[in-house]
Design a protein around this ligand. Structure first.
Ligand code: ZN
Length: 446
C-alpha cells in the first residue's frame, strides 16, 4: 500500500473522515463565502470547540440504506458505507455540476467556493462548461499517487501520459503524481497516434495512462509499426473498461490494466487495487451514493448519483453532485485496503431510467445482456399498466439461436445482476432498429 492509512480499521477511518469533514467546513466558513452561506442556510455551523453541529435540530441519526425500493439484499440491512461523519452534512443541498458554470459566473472565477486568493494557486484549468478548476500549490493535490501505486507504477518507470496537457487537468494530474513516485513522464497528450506509438517502443515505455480506447489503439498501432512495446502497467480513466478489454490487455500484451475514477473538479474520487473488485474511495473525499430524485442514500448495491465532498481546502466543494451513476460494492476487499468501494461508474444519471424504484442505466443493461453472444440487439420496454411498472425485455437473436434457452438465461442474469424481474422474449429480426434506445420508457405520466 502507498499510504499507511489505506489499511486503517473502519473506526479509525471514520474518525479521520469526520475530522477532515469538520476541518473542511471550518475552512469553508473562514474563506469561501458562497459555501459558508449555503452551510448557514441549512443550519450547519462549526462549533468553537471544534465540532460540527446543527444549529436547529439534534444530530441526524445514523442512516440506514433505504431498502423500500425493492432491491433485496438477502434480507439483511446494511449500513450505508459512506457513514463516518458525512451524515452531519446531509442537510446541505447538493451542488450539481451542471449548476457550476452559472455559479462561477455570478462570482468569477470560482463562485465564492475557493477559500484562497487565485494568486496562490499553481494552475487554473478550463473544463467544458466553461468551469474553472483551481489547482492549489500542493504536492499530489489531485490524489493520484496512491492510485498509480495501486496500479503498479514504481520509481524508474517511463510513463506515456495520453491525457490532455492543455485546458483540462488530466495530464498534469498524472504528471504531478508520477513525479512524486519517481517515474519519468512522457507528456504525449491527445492524438498524434503514430508519433506516440513509435515512442512507446523506442523509449521502452513501461507504463501508459489514458482512456482505455486510446491506450489500446496505441498498443495496436505500435505492433503494426513493427515495434515491440515493453509496457507492463496501464492506468485508465474516463471511459468504462470492459472485462474483455482488460483480459485482452493481459493476454495479448501482457499488461496489467487498472482503473481510476477522477473528475476535473475534484481529482481522484476512487481507484482500483490489484484485486480489481471495485474502486476504493480516496481518503481525500467523502462519497455518498444517493437516489437522484430524493437525495437519500441509495443503499448497498443500488445505483445512485455519486455525491462528493472534497476534503482538501481551500476548494470548498461540499456535497458536489457529479452526475455520475454508481453503486456501492459489498463486503471486504482481499487487498487489505479498508476504504469502501464503488462497483464502477455505470454512466450518467440523466441517461438512467427508474424502473420499480431502481435506476437502470443503458450501459449497465448492456453489460448484462450483451455478454450473451446470441443477442444481436435488445430493448427494455417500460410500461405502467396498473399501479406498478412493468419491464419487458425484447431480444433480437442470431439465426439458429435457441430462443427459449437464451431468454431464460438472460432473464436469470437480469434478475441476479440488475435485481429486477423482467419478462424476456425474442423479437423478430429487424424489429428493434439499430438506433433504437436500449431502454424505452413508455409510461404515461399524465
Ligand atoms: Zn482492494
Amino acid at each position: 500500500m502507498y499510504e499507511p492509512g489505506e489499511g486503517d480499521p473502519g473506526e479509525a477511518r471514520a474518525r479521520r473522515q469526520a475530522e477532515r469533514i469538520r476541518a473542511a467546513v471550518v475552512a469553508a466558513y473562514a474563506g469561501a463565502p458562497r459555501m459558508a452561506e449555503r452551510l448557514r442556510e441549512c443550519g450547519l455551523v462549526p462549533e468553537a470547540a471544534g465540532g460540527l453541529s446543527s444549529a436547529c435540530s439534534p444530530p441526524a441519526p445514523r442512516l440506514l440504506p433505504d431498502l423500500s425500493a425493492g432491491r433485496s439484499l438477502g434480507g439483511e440491512m446494511r449500513r450505508d458505507p459512506s457513514a463516518g461523519g458525512i451524515e452531519s452534512l446531509r442537510r446541505l443541498p447538493i451542488l450539481r455540476k451542471d449548476a457550476l458554470p452559472a455559479a462561477q459566473g455570478r462570482a468569477l472565477p470560482f463562485g465564492g467556493l475557493l477559500g484562497a486568493p487565485p494568486s496562490t494557486l499553481r494552475r487554473i484549468y478550463i473544463s467544458p462548461g466553461p468551469i474553472y478548476d483551481p489547482e492549489p500549490r500542493r504536492g499530489d493535490y489531485w490524489g493520484l499517487a496512491p492510485a498509480l501505486h495501486a496500479a503498479g507504477f514504481r520509481r524508474g518507470d517511463i510513463v506515456l501520459v495520453t491525457f490532455a496537457f492543455h485546458l483540462t487537468p488530466a495530464g498534469h494530474m498524472m504528471d504531478g503524481a508520477l513525479d512524486i513516485l519517481g517515474c519519468v513522464t512522457v507528456p504525449g497528450g491527445t492524438g498524434n497516434t503514430d508519433v506516440q506509438a513509435r515512442a512507446l517502443a523506442d523509449l521502452r515505455v513501461t507504463g501508459v495512462i489514458g482512456t482505455p480506447s486510446f491506450v489500446f489503439a496505441l498498443l495496436e498501432r505500435a505492433k503494426q509499426l513493427g515495434g515491440e512495446p515493453a509496457v507492463e502497467v496501464a492506468l485508465v480513466s474516463g471511459e468504462y473498461l470492459t472485462t474483455a478489454l482488460r483480459r485482452r490487455a493481459c493476454e495479448e500484451f501482457g499488461i496489467r490494466v487498472t482503473q481510476a475514477y477522477a473528475t476535473a473538479d475534484v481529482g481522484v474520487i476512487a481507484y482500483e487495487c490489484p484485486a480489481a473488485r471495485g474502486l476504493h474511495v480516496s481518503d481525500r473525499v467523502a462519497v455518498e451514493v444517493v437516489d437522484p430524485e430524493t437525495g437519500r442514500p441509495a443503499g448497498v448495491g443500488a445505483p445512485g448519483e455519486v455525491v462528493v465532498s472534497l476534503l482538501e481546502p481551500p476548494y470548498a466543494l461540499l456535497r458536489f453532485g457529479t452526475g455520475d451513476l454508481a453503486a456501492w460494492e459489498e463486503g471486504e476487499c482481499p487487498c487489505g485496503r479498508t476504504a469502501p468501494r464503488l462497483a464502477g461508474i455505470l454512466g450518467r444519471v440523466g441517461d438512467a431510467v427508474k424502473i420499480r424504484g431502481l435506476f437502470v442505466h443503458p450501459s449497465e443493461a448492456d453489460r448484462v445482456v450483451l455478454t450473451f453472444p446470441e443477442v444481436v440487439r435488445y430493448q427494455i420496454a417500460v410500461t405502467r399498466p396498473g399501479p406498478l411498472d412493468e419491464a419487458r425485455l425484447f431480444l433480437e437473436l442470431r439465426p439458429g439461436a435457441d430462443a427459449a434457452a437464451v431468454c431464460a438465461a438472460v432473464a436469470s442474469a437480469v434478475h441476479e445482476r440488475l435485481r429486477l424481474r423482467m419478462v424476456v422474449e425474442a423479437a423478430p429480426a429487424g424489429a428493434i432498429g439499430e438506433g433504437a434506445p436500449r431502454i424505452s420508457d413508455r409510461r404515461d405520466w399524465r
